[in-house]
Ligand binder design. Structure first.
Ligand code: IMP
Ligand code: MG
Length: 180
């Protein structure tokens, strides 16, 4: 069976994704002119977004990666965030922009923001591709957001269900029977 047969409906199309990245890139290019921009990406989900977004940014920027885990094979947050791989760079003097795939409960990001702020960067802001505000637990807001999505579990464009569907070029919702 093809991966596409598991999709119930598309939420963010390839075409919209392109437009979203163009817009975000333009805004970030303006806002960070003259600054020392560092894009910090949380693996693995944000890697697809980062790859597209950084090519829409027209000023110099560095990239660095972090691996954390907050989800297992299921669709609900565990509330536990663990750093599995830390950044390589020292953050002093950098204007850090965290590039995330989705802001859900916010537990993961609020934890990461606190850690990064403690390392004396110039600033720390958040750019998320998707925002699911209905599910927020932490008091955290994205400075840049690609699209707001309803409270449904989504896959594609980097986002997984049980490590699958990351390579879908759009964001979609799985058919209910896929979970069973
Ligand atoms: P949070 O800590 O609840 O905000 O969760 C953040 C992480 O959970 C994201 O970076 C994703 O990896 C994962 N996640 C949250 N919602 C979804 C979803 O709808 N689909 C796939 N992964 C999700
Ligand atoms: Mg995940």
């Amino acid at each position: 069976m093809s991966m596409l047969n598991d999709i119930d409906h598309v939420l963010v199309s390839e075409e919209s994704i392109k437009e979203i990245n163009k817009k975000l890139g333009e805004q970030i290019t303006k806002d960070y002119a003259g600054k020392k921009l560092l894009l910090v990406s949380i693996l693995k989900g944000a890697v697809v977004f980062l790859a597209d977004l950084m090519r829409e940014i027209k000023i110099h920027c560095n990239i660095d990666f972090m691996v954390v885990s907050s989800y297992g094979a299921g669709t609900k947050t565990s509330g536990v965030v663990k750093i599995i791989k830390d950044l390589d760079l020292n953050l002093e003097g950098y204007d850090v922009l965290i590039v995330e795939d989705i802001l859900d409960s916010g537990l993961t990001l609020s934890y990461i923001v606190d850690i990064l702020k403690g390392r004396n960067p110039n600033s720390v802001r958040i750019c998320t591709f998707l925002d699911k505000p209905e599910r927020r637990i932490s008091d955290i807001k994205a400075d840049y957001c690609g699209a707001v999505v309803p409270d449904e579990f989504v896959v594609g464009y980097g986002l997984d269900y049980d490590e699958k569907y990351r390579n879908l070029p759009f964001v979609g919702v799985l058919k209910p029977e896929v979970y069973n």
